[in-house]
Design a protein around this ligand. Structure first.
Ligand SMILES: [Fe+2]
Ligand SMILES: [Fe+2]
Length: 181
């Protein structure tokens, strides 16, 4: 299934964004904090959009009440990127599709990185396959958008502040609109 309009995307966040997934903060707060960090880093519009929407796959999972959570990895990164692929270019969807693999990559190439991860991210890391094997590192680096995915991952890991107030979802509509295919 694919999103057909930007309104589909924003409606999904309005409806399910207040819910939580693996973290203590809501999906909506996590999304807007990740986007705010991308804006603060003066990222491209495409990467700001990727930051905002990187966990849209979790929103799709939350929309399916009967999905068994946490027991298995549901590949939210692939599902989210596929859902958005009819609306946004690969500069937006590729970092989304790779943001979990970017975590597994960072754990392999930078052992200190594991300490940055939240308890929820550590728990999901194991479900997602753990650190990449050395042979998988070069394979990951062959993906278009892999560097953007690693950059996005850094914002993702820090966008878990329960007290931070940032720009609301609606403020990103013009940016998202400008990127539509
Ligand atoms: Fe994620
Ligand atoms: Fe995330």
């Amino acid at each position: 299934m694919k999103a057909t309009t930007l309104d589909d995307v924003l409606a999904l966040y309005e409806r399910y964004g207040p819910q939580h997934y693996d973290e203590d903060l809501s999906q909506l707060d996590h999304a807007t904090q990740t986007a705010a960090l991308a804006c603060a880093a003066e990222a491209t519009d495409a990467l700001v959009a990727a930051a905002l929407l990187h966990d849209v796959g979790h929103l799709l999972e939350l929309a399916e009440r009967d999905v068994p959570r946490r027991a298995t990895d549901l590949r939210h990164e692939a599902r989210g990127a596929a859902w958005l692929s009819s609306l946004f270019p690969p500069t937006v969807t590729a970092p989304i599709a790779l943001h979990v693999r970017a975590k597994r990559y960072r754990v392999t190439v930078d052992p200190a990185y594991r300490r940055v991860l939240s308890p929820g991210s550590v728990a999901s890391l194991e479900r997602q396959g753990g650190a990449l094997a050395p042979a998988e590192v070069a394979v990951f680096e062959a993906n278009p958008g892999w560097k953007d995915a690693v950059t996005l991952r850094g914002w993702d890991d820090h966008a878990k502040d329960l007290t931070l107030t940032v720009m609301p979802l609606a403020s990103y509509r013009p940016l998202l609109d400008s990127l539509l295919l």
